[in-house]
Design a binder for this molecule. Structure first.
Ligand code: NAG
Ligand code: NAG
Ligand code: NAG
Length: 610
């Protein structure tokens, strides 16, 4: 691990910050820090109308601003339908024009949309929402029975409530400086805090915000137990409330202790909430795990790159993902990330839409970090983690992360571009053995790192495996086909498109980090497909089948479509960089929080050693 941090076996807050002080190279400017608490004016001005062609610096800028304006129109349409038919409820059903309560009945679409309204300059919608926020009652549950796994219970799902409602409030506060939003965020954080009453400090699944009762289960999944640090840390910074700080700090220490115990590698998917350790050896960056990995990097970035333990955990995790979870298909050379089970890392070869946030995470890390193994002391790693370390030490790590990001983002885009609807399926099964001349060859799926090693040893000719030009191939496989061969190299396992953001999110980060306009064009094609296939009279509908056009619609418009999908599309097309990646960190629901450093008085109050 980090050479500076090896003096004690069990890491403490104090060692962590001593280490941070030694290696803190990046410090956010004082000027910026001072602006943060009321940072509404920090953002560039908003313009409600599309600039005329003369005003835009070039016709290309004009085109993209026009496209951004179309996304804003799409948001108006989706939110307008919600307000008309589902005001006072969580989500709109965009085919039947009826409301549904599936996230506590607290108007989740409105809370999730606040910061999108601000970024788009939709001030009337924002002004209408504020009084509702001010008087909102977070103690009474109003779920529609039978709508989702938890809606029968009297428990607010901790993770979903934190990322959507709390994240939404905190971000809207940071962007507007409107103090009502912070007050309500702090109230909600306090109501959710009973969930943290476990021996490890990892949160439970659900909490009754009226009675403080919590769900009994002491098992949890990585995404849900390790994706609250950003929200509680920023809440602590913005309010000065030590209780909020302690909750986030405890989760981080528990994770750091687990990493210490495991001596490297990535965190598995299933956890025990008492001992704060994993209970399985299942590994994934998709469903049930995704944002847990995301928050390791983002917590480090949010706190102005001072929180060294999170950087350490991120680096060790990525070493394993890069060497154990990335595969490449035999014909098209599609790079994909899959899930594995057991200590033998047995791969499922499924590639999930949910995992398509991951190229964006890698690109963000490559863009913001030094990314070197030089600071890690390999003698502290277990043999497998040391093998990964040695394998990767032959490469320039930053370039390798960026190459993986590009290859994966390309595959995520192709999953859309191949489909007749132009929209990507929920899960595909990737070819990991190949059909040669009608016979199944016994060629097994190839680990990407092995292909990269062959490329390196062969003198690095041609593009790195997984990169190079790739073209869409219209997907026309028969419905029941299960064998993932053919020109596509995959078979669609789950045909739905739930209006999810992950691919757009990665495309946006690829655009910002590479400035290659191809990402914007790909994003535009996806937006056109959304307009063509999913638009209804009152909003936008999830699709049952992406393998046909017109796609078969479902009666469902998730709040994250407003919070994430449309926000990332808008930011992708907008010429102005409204949310610079070195100044803001998106939570896992796409709510941007401002990068900060702790002030001296906060260090004193919270007990953060200098
Ligand atoms: C949700 O909206 C309804 C109708 O405006 C309002 O009565 C209720 O207080 C709101 N709840 C929350 C938590 O904002
Ligand atoms: C909150 O719980 C108390 C009992 O602990 C109950 O009397 C009250 O009606 C509950 N309030 C709501 C809004 O559910
Ligand atoms: C700080 O947070 C705790 C728990 O979340 C809450 O009980 C307390 O009232 C808050 N303190 C202030 C001053 O708001």
């Amino acid at each position: 691990m980090f050479a500076q941090a090896v003096s004690t076996l069990r890491r403490s807050r104090s060692t962590r910050y001593v280490a941070a002080a030694v290696s803190a190279i990046f410090v956010v400017s004082t000027l910026y820090y001072v602006q943060v608490p009321h940072s509404g004016e920090y953002l560039p001005h908003w313009s409600d109308s599309v600039p005329t062609q003369d005003q835009a610096s070039s016709s290309s800028d004009y085109l993209w601003d026009t496209r951004a304006a179309q996304v804003k129109q799409a948001f108006r349409h989706a939110y307008g339908g919600y307000k008309r038919y589902a005001s006072g409820y969580d989500e709109l059903r965009p085919l039947s024009n009826t409301p549904v309560n599936n996230f506590n009945g607290w108007n989740v679409s409105m809370y999730d949309s606040l910061d999108t309204m601000i970024l788009m300059g939709l001030w009337d919608e924002f002004a209408d929402a504020l009084p509702v926020v001010q008087h909102g009652d977070f103690r009474t549950m109003r779920n529609t029975p039978g709508q989702g796994p938890w809606t029968r219970s009297q428990y607010a799902p901790f993770f979903e409530t934190a990322i959507r409602y709390l994240g939404g409030l905190l971000s809207a506060y940071a962007l507007s400086g409107e103090s009502i939003l912070l007050d309500r965020a702090s109230d909600l954080a306090a109501l959710l805090e009973p969930a943290f009453n476990t021996q490890s400090g990892l949160p439970r699944f659900g909490v009754n915000t009226n009675t403080t009762a919590t769900t009994a289960a002491l098992s949890g999944i990585f995404a849900e137990v390790a994706s609250c640090q950003l929200e509680w840390t920023y809440a602590a910074h913005a309010t000065g409330n030590k209780s909020h700080y302690d909750r986030a700090s405890r989760v981080i220490s528990t994770l750091a202790d687990a990493m210490e115990e495991r001596q490297g590698g990535m965190f598995p998917t299933h956890w025990h909430l008492s001992n704060g350790l994993p209970t399985s050896e299942s590994r994934s960056v998709g469903a049930a795990a995704d944002s847990g990995h995301e928050y390791l990097l983002k917590q480090y970035l949010l706190t102005g790159k001072t929180d060294i333990e999170n950087l350490e955990m991120y680096l060790l995790s990525m070493n394993e993902v890069l060497t154990r979870l990335l595969y490449i298909t035999p014909e098209r050379g599609l790079l994909y990330v899959t899930e594995t089970s057991g200590k033998a890392f047995t791969a499922s070869h499924n590639f999930e839409h949910l995992a398509c946030f991951f190229p964006g995470l890698l690109a963000l890390g490559a863009h913001t970090l030094d990314l070197t193994l030089a600071d890690i002391d390999p003698s502290r790693l277990n043999p497998e983690a040391r093998r990964q370390y040695e394998l990767l030490s032959k490469y320039d790590l930053k370039s390798l992360h960026m190459a993986a990001a590009e290859g994966l983002a390309t595959s995520c885009w192709l999953m859309y571009a191949d489909q007749p609807s132009g929209l990507g399926p929920e899960v595909v099964a990737m070819a990991h053995d190949t059909h040669v001349g009608g016979k199944v060859a016994d060629r097994q799926g190839k680990l990407w790192i092995e292909a990269v090693e062959e490329w390196r040893k062969g003198g690095k000719h041609g593009p790195l495996p997984g990169l190079g030009e790739k073209k869409p191939i219209m997907y026309t496989r028969p419905e029941k086909s299960t064998i993932a061969g053919g020109p596509w190299d995959y078979v669609v396992r789950r045909t739905e498109y739930f209006l999810r953001p992950e691919t757009i999110e990665s495309i946006y980060i690829m655009w910002r980090t590479t400035e290659n306009p191809v990402w914007r064009e790909r994003g535009w094609a996806i937006f056109e497909a959304i307009e063509r296939e999913t638009k209804t009279a009152s909003g936008y509908a999830s699709l049952k089948k992406v393998t046909q056009s017109p796609g078969l619609q479902m009666d469902d418009q998730p709040s994250y479509f407003l919070a994430e999908t449309l926000k990332y599309l808008y930011l992708l097309f907008k010429n102005e960089d409204l949310v610079p990646l070195d100044k803001w960190v998106f939570n896992t629901e796409a709510h941007p929080l401002p990068v900060f450093t702790w002030s001296d008085w906060q260090k004193h109050k919270f007990g953060i050693p200098r």
